[in-house]
Design a protein around this ligand. Sequence first.
Ligand code: PNS
Length: 163
Amino acid sequence: MKRALCPGTFDPVTSGHLDIIVRAASIFDEVVVGVALSPDKGGGPLFSAEERVGFITEAVSHLPNVIVRPFDTLLVDFAQKMEARVIIKGLRAVTDFEHEFQMAQLNYRLDENIETMFIMSIPEFAYLSSSAVKEIARHGGSVRGLVPDAVCEALAARLKQSR
Ligand code: PNS
């Protein structure tokens, strides 16, 4: 049984993330989507861990070999707990490379039994990020198609509240 871990903060999950998860699920027997609590990232996530897990769970409900779990530990410790030997990350552009390279090296240093592998983003999503989605939505732009529909509604409601 080959199990892979797709980690991220997913605040919120985008169509780009989902493309990587779907492609990983077509290669591995099982995929665990690990939602990092990341309380300090970017001044704190817009959505709670439960909300982020919920959005992804709904979006992958058609994929029987994908499960979604929150975590608040080192990534390699979570990979061990989930019995996943492979960490899958999406790579969008050269700008992602340096950060991803550093994380992959550090994770290898922490546990050399766990491999990091990369799936290249398709061109359509190469420009897409959770922070760009939040910025567009914050200024009233449409993010339809860039995130699942449920996230569109939740973004509109959350940003309306905070205005
Ligand atoms: O989607 P993101 O926010 O770029 O994902 C980053 C994530 C969650 C993969 C990274 O922050 C992480 O691995 N967090 C867990 C804590 C950890 O292990 N940090 C050391 C990694 S070198």
